[in-house]
Design a binder for this molecule. Structure first.
Ligand code: SAH
Length: 210
């Protein structure tokens, strides 16, 4: 079930859904999604569906990971990316194969520990992890060429917009459960522009570290 054929089927489906970025498709094809989920769910890891990762959280659907990543890459590949909500680390691993440095923040320590273990197994050495509240971002390493938020705030936190470099994209699900839009904000010389990309369903961005 975790064979190369199963993965190729997933890639084909992504292409049919409009994922065309060659390096992104290659990263999705070479990243083993089954190691990011519980062994009992490994046989379902290459289905295009969200799956539970414990602590009431979910690993995002592959199409959504691809859609968000492609939206970040449009206009040029960013060097330094900030991710909010590491979770199991799958989205992080995809980013790490595409950009120079990934900074990722997770509020649940146990999830972060699992993700750290997987990055070491995959020999991904350009991932920097922090246990904390993503609302504040990670100002020490700002500005970021791109910011990806993996949980939905009601409004995009001001601090994250401030840590985005000029010309950079921030992609985030925004809104209450049941009524979320995937939004892309681009920082321009004199402000921000905002586009709606899709209707989505994410777990909420919560305050504080757990
Ligand atoms: N890309 C991840 C998504 C996990 S779900 C994956 O595919 O596994 C969203 C994650 O955001 C959860 O792990 C949740 O704990 C985390 N999260 C929610 N609010 C947060 C906050 N304020 N700061 C950091 N992480 C947060």
């Amino acid at each position: 079930m975790t064979s190369q054929r199963t993965r190729e089927r997933l890639l084909k489906r992504l292409e049919e859904q409009g994922i065309t970025h060659p390096a992104l498709l290659q990263a999705m094809g070479s990243t083993p999604r089954h190691i990011f989920v519980d062994e009992a769910l490994a046989s379902r890891a290459y289905e295009d569906t969200a799956l539970p990762i414990g602590h009431g959280q979910t690993i995002s659907q592959p199409y959504i990971v691809a859609r968000m990543t492609q939206a970040l890459l449009e206009g040029g590949t960013p060097h330094k990316v900030l991710e909010i909500g590491t979770g199991c680390g799958y989205q992080t691993a995809i980013l790490a194969r595409l950009v120079n440095e990934v900074y990722s923040i997770e509020r649940i320590a146990a999830l972060l520990a699992g993700a750290r273990q997987r990055f070491s197994e995959l020999k991904l050495r350009n991932v920097h992890l922090k246990h904390g509240d993503g609302y504040a971002g990670w100002p020490q390493h700002a500005a970021y060429d791109a910011i990806l938020v993996s949980a939905a705030p009601l409004e995009i936190p001001r601090s994250l917009l401030e840590q985005l470099a000029e010309g950079g994209h921030l992609v985030a699900p925004v809104g209450p459960p049941g009524a979320q839009d995937l939004v892309r904000v681009t920082r321009t010389r004199d402000g921000y522009t905002r586009e709606k990309l899709d209707r989505v369903s994410f777990v909420p961005l919560l305050g504080g570290a757990a």
